[in-house]
Write a protein that binds this ligand. Structure first.
Ligand code: TRH
Length: 356
């Protein structure tokens, strides 16, 4: 089948990240023909740049306007149109679908949530005045939800520590053997300074890898000293491709992630993590975090439940650092559980089955 994915980048990288991961899954695992129309091609290209060329070349990345105005790439009517995160299709593109003899199915790909209510809405029709069939598709953890994006399938993650991606080599050379590794990718508003200072009070060695933009959150560029003890080493890395970022998560002992794509990858990395969930004005994120923790910690001991809940709500590292071994064991078990629950191929496979 031929798929057109529409991706509008509101802010951050998650929209592009999810669209790219979906496109590569559909193309490389399911042999589908995929085009992405994106209003910020530079960001999409950056994310996609690390991928194996044999996969990347098959996916057609186009600017948003090319969906209706690029004479060199005339739009053929696809079988499936994806509106990622409810973005509206360009009017002229929609008009071309209306006059086409072939009618596609439109999918409104929603945000990932662990909340129970999503299964009641997943797969339901969204009748439109224009008459083209449209359905809601909810990614999720439940069997009867849209599932999770798994690609690249973690068992196949065969990059080893000896194959450090070039962009990460300068930081990797600075790593200390006795130190645990933490990666940080969070939103402004996180109490990072206090968190790092507290980490320094635990007496353990940590190498803290700050992903692109995180040093600014700490105001390191303005020269504001942090006065961290020598046990804590901060290392900044540039923005890397999505594959390289996945690799980074898999090579750290602890990750701080955000949004929804890095959140799933942190779980698939099988390591303890803090999910700095995207803050929403109506505080809807609090219910989303609680719903995830209910699921994630269902089988955990009461101690670990308390520890993880505190950590995910920015409790200080000295409150939970002693439970890191237990949390590590739990993270591995959770990863295995997720992969078993998504053994049907996860989101891309469920989406393909749904539209078929
Ligand atoms: O960038 P995000 O904060 O995106 C968010 C979420 O999608 C959120 O749900 C949405 O409401 C909001 O945007 C508008 O976080 P997320 O989802 O983890 O996406 C980040 C992507 O960027 C992910 O695919 C990993 C990738 N990435 C790289 O490719 N290289 C990097 O160096 C880094 C730090 C991230």
């Amino acid at each position: 089948m031929r798929w057109d994915i529409f991706c509008q980048i509101v802010d951050n990288y998650g929209d592009a990240g999810v669209c790219w991961r979906l496109a590569r899954s559909l193309s490389s695992l399911h042999g589908q023909d995929v085009r992405i129309f994106c209003d910020d091609l530079a960001t999409l290209n950056l994310l996609a740049s690390g991928v194996d060329r044999s996969i990347g070349q098959k996916i057609d990345l186009q600017p948003w306007e090319a969906s209706f105005s690029n004479a060199r790439h005339p739009v053929e009517t696809p079988d499936i149109v994806i509106e990622a995160f409810g973005c509206s299709l360009p009017e002229r593109y929609l008009a071309s679908l209306l006059i086409s003899p072939k009618k596609p199915i439109i999918i409104n790909l929603e945000y990932l949530s662990a909340e129970p209510w999503i299964v009641d809405f997943h797969g339901k029709p969204s009748p439109q005045a224009h008459g083209i069939p449209k359905y809601f598709f909810f990614p999720g953890f439940q069997d009867d939800s849209g599932g999770l994006l798994l690609d690249p399938i973690p068992q196949d993650f065969n990059i080893t520590v000896n194959q450090v991606p070039d962009a990460l080599k300068p930081a990797w050379q600075e790593l200390r053997t006795q130190a645990k590794r933490i990666s940080i990718f969070c939103y402004p508003g996180a109490p990072l300074r206090q968190w790092l200072l507290n980490l320094g009070s635990t007496g353990e060695y940590f190498d803290v890898i700050l992903t692109y933009g995180q040093a600014e959150l700490l105001q390191l560029s303005s020269g504001q000293a942090l006065n961290l003890p020598p046990s804590i080493q901060l290392l900044s890395v540039p923005f890397v491709s999505q594959d390289e970022y996945d690799w980074l998560l898999s090579q750290c002992d602890f990750n701080i992630v955000r949004g929804e794509d890095s959140f799933v990858r942190a779980q698939l990395a099988g390591k303890p993590f803090i999910w700095h969930i995207y803050p929403q004005q109506d505080r809807a994120h609090e219910a989303k975090l609680a719903a995830f923790l209910d699921r994630y910690l269902e089988t955990a001991s009461q101690d670990l439940k308390n520890t993880c809940t505190a950590a995910m709500n920015w409790g200080m590292p000295n409150e939970w650092q002693k439970s890191l071994d237990d949390w590590n064991t739990h993270s591995k078990a959770w990863r295995t559980h997720l992969l078993q629950k998504q053994a049907d191929g996860g989101l891309a496979a469920r989406l393909k089955r749904f539209v078929s």
